[in-house]
Write a protein that binds this ligand. Structure first.
Ligand SMILES: NC(=O)C1=CN([C@@H]2O[C@H](COP(=O)(O)OP(=O)(O)OC[C@H]3O[C@@H](n4cnc5c(N)ncnc54)[C@H](OP(=O)(O)O)[C@@H]3O)[C@@H](O)[C@H]2O)C=CC1
Ligand SMILES: O=C(O)C1=N[C@H](C(=O)O)C[C@H](O)C1
Length: 270
């Protein structure tokens, strides 16, 4: 059977090494290239060694154009500008592009959708853990059933994380907003400080904590009169995201060009 040829972008990063290890551990896929930013300390190192495995004979490079010609798919957990640039290259070459990068602006997301329309098969998700995607389904249902409860989304991550709220917190907020038939953009409260006045009914609040090496904790609270429901997810290992990304790449191989979510991959989309 032909194996899906995958390039890992951001190979020297926390998720990069997890993605390299997940590809090495899966049947049906092979690592054919590893990319990182020009000037990164990872350039020239063997991808397997970086991931704590035996050497794979795949040196980390900063030359995306040369590597993409030998690949079917890119697994990309990097930074918004890098993901937009790679999406455009994936569209030009008809590649699968799995995007885990968070912190994208609306313009970034529009550019990524355009790349899907122009020939890339993109799966983008703020969280590739199947457990988290299942949680978004529960949050949507709970927000619909408890229509007058206050919804708050709380997240905690390690002290190296650069974007807030997390991509996952925003996914959970979107799920609650879908349950209420409202737009998250028009109803979210991302920051509270000073004399805020009472909580405005119907809004979806966010709280962000950062510290230590926390991989990713998320809680959605639905607070009513005399009771509070707390829906929790705690990531214990980045393998959950990396395995999800490999699963998404294999799934995308059977799809038409376009922009898909992890809910599509798992058959949980509406
Ligand atoms: N969707 C999901 O399931 C998950 C998403 N994430 C997201 O993935 C992203 C990466 O997270 P994490 O691995 O912790 O971060 P890291 O900072 O550890 O890794 C990011 C990597 O991308 C590299 N990079 C930056 N710019 C470029 C570029 N232009 N071209 C190629 N590589 C580049 C960085 O290089 P350098 O260090 O040299 O700058 C680094 O190696 C974040 O947006 C995070 O929120 C994380 C976990 C799960
Ligand atoms: O940066 C991280 O680490 C993570 N980022 C994603 C996010 O922003 O939600 C996913 C996960 O929570 C870890």
């Amino acid at each position: 059977m032909t194996r899906l040829r995958i390039i890992v972008a951001g190979a020297g990063g926390r998720m990069g090494v997890a993605n390299i290890a997940a590809i090495a551990a899966h049947d049906g896929v092979e690592l054919v290239g590893a990319l990182d930013r020009s000037g990164s300390a990872a350039i020239g190192k063997d991808a397997g060694t970086l991931a704590g495995l035996d050497a794979l004979g795949v040196p980390v490079s900063d030359d995306a154009t040369a590597l993409l010609d030998q690949a079917d798919a890119i697994i990309d957990f990097t930074a918004p500008a890098a993901s937009v640039a790679l999406a455009r290259q994936a569209a030009a070459k008809g590649l699968i592009h799995i995007i885990g990068t968070t912190g994208c602006t609306e313009d970034d997301d529009d550019a990524i959708a355009d790349a899907g329309a122009a020939g890339a098969r993109i799966v983008k998700s703020g969280n590739f853990s199947p457990g988290m995607v299942a949680l978004t389904v529960l949050v949507e249902k709970a927000a619909r059933a408890l229509a007058d409860y206050d919804v708050e989304v709380l997240e905690m991550h390690h002290n190296r994380k650069v974007d807030a709220p997390s991509g996952t917190a925003l996914m959970l907020g979107e799920a609650a907003a879908r349950g209420r038939n409202i737009s998250l953009k028009d109803n979210s409260v991302r920051v509270r400080d000073g004399h805020t006045g009472p909580r405005e009914a119907g809004t979806i609040g966010f709280a962000t904590l950062r510290g230590g090496n926390v991989i990713g904790d998320h809680m959605v609270i639905l607070a009513g009169q005399s009771e509070r429901i707390e829906l929790n997810h705690r990531a214990q290992d980045r393998t959950i995201y990396a395995n999800g990304a490999v699963k998404a790449a294999l799934w995308a191989a059977g799809q038409q060009p376009g922009l898909y979510s992890m809910a599509d991959v798992l058959g949980l989309a509406d």
